[in-house]
Design a protein around this ligand. Structure first.
Ligand SMILES: N[C@@H](CCC(=O)N[C@@H](CS)C(=O)NCC(=O)O)C(=O)O
Length: 227
């Protein structure tokens, strides 16, 4: 059946969504081809069929699946004959923890420090006022104040990564000897600044994470470098 993947795009055609990257890597891991449909922030009408307004969304035949975590679980359930993203109950439980940890402990400081860059790169049809209003309301600060806090946010993120760095000094991938969805979750989040503005939040101390990131970038014929 034909798969369509709805992904976020900015005014220059850049695809920087951390959740979109998780799904891109997951589809490649499962050796599944998908047609891509580009959407911008607040492109709600285009996503009406999915019953919600956030990206990414996967349409597999008639079946619409939203939310990157739900999509990853769906792909393993619908395509068990393809390489698994998460191995068994333990694999899924571990990846679920990594998903929550990444979104809160790593993603939150990273994303809020990038809001101003995202605002500047919004697609011309996106609702910039709504984008600003929602983020400022959620954080109780202007996007400019959040931007000014970037160095502190990067320090926080690097501190939180200490155990991950230690793990990746001892093994090649987050999931163990081979890459799996747990890797794509963290990697997807780190793809965001890379594709948005080229800023690298990782400090020099993150030698394990940096080595791992280089390895993941080489997967699937360098998919991570494609725009
Ligand atoms: N938990 C969701 C988060 C999805 C999400 O926040 N997507 C953002 C793009 S990175 C979005 O669609 N924003 C559009 C908007 O706020 O209008 C997932 O894992 O897919």
């Amino acid at each position: 059946m034909a798969i369509t993947f709805f992904d976020l795009v900015d005014k220059d055609g850049r695809r920087y969504s951390p959740y979109g990257w998780r799904v891109r890597m997951a589809l490649a891991h499962k050796r599944l081809d998908a047609a891509v449909e580009f959407c911008w922030h607040s492109d709600k009408q285009k996503l009406n069929f999915s019953g919600q307004h956030l990206l990414p969304v996967l349409l597999d035949g008639e079946r619409a699946v939203s939310d990157s975590w739900t999509i990853a679980c769906y792909l393993d359930e619908a395509y068990p004959d393809r390489p698994m993203l998460m191995d068994g109950v333990q694999g899924r439980s571990f990846a679920k923890f990594i998903n929550g940890w990444t979104d809160t402990i790593i993603g939150r400081p990273l994303v809020r420090s990038l809001y101003l860059d995202i605002l500047k790169s919004l697609h011309p049809s996106a609702d910039a006022q709504e984008f600003r209003r929602r983020r400022e309301g959620r954080n109780g600060m202007t996007l400019e104040a959040l931007y000014a806090n970037r160095a502190k946010d990067f320090d926080e993120l690097n501190h939180a990564m200490t155990p991950l760095n230690e793990l990746l000094r001892q093994q090649p991938f987050v999931a163990g000897g081979e890459p799996a969805y747990a890797d794509f979750i963290i990697f997807g989040t780190l793809q965001m600044p890379r594709h948005l503005n080229g800023i690298d939040p990782l400090s020099e101390q993150q030698d394990g994470v940096r080595r791992w990131r280089d390895q993941v970038r080489r997967l699937f014929n360098g998919l991570a470098d494609s725009v």
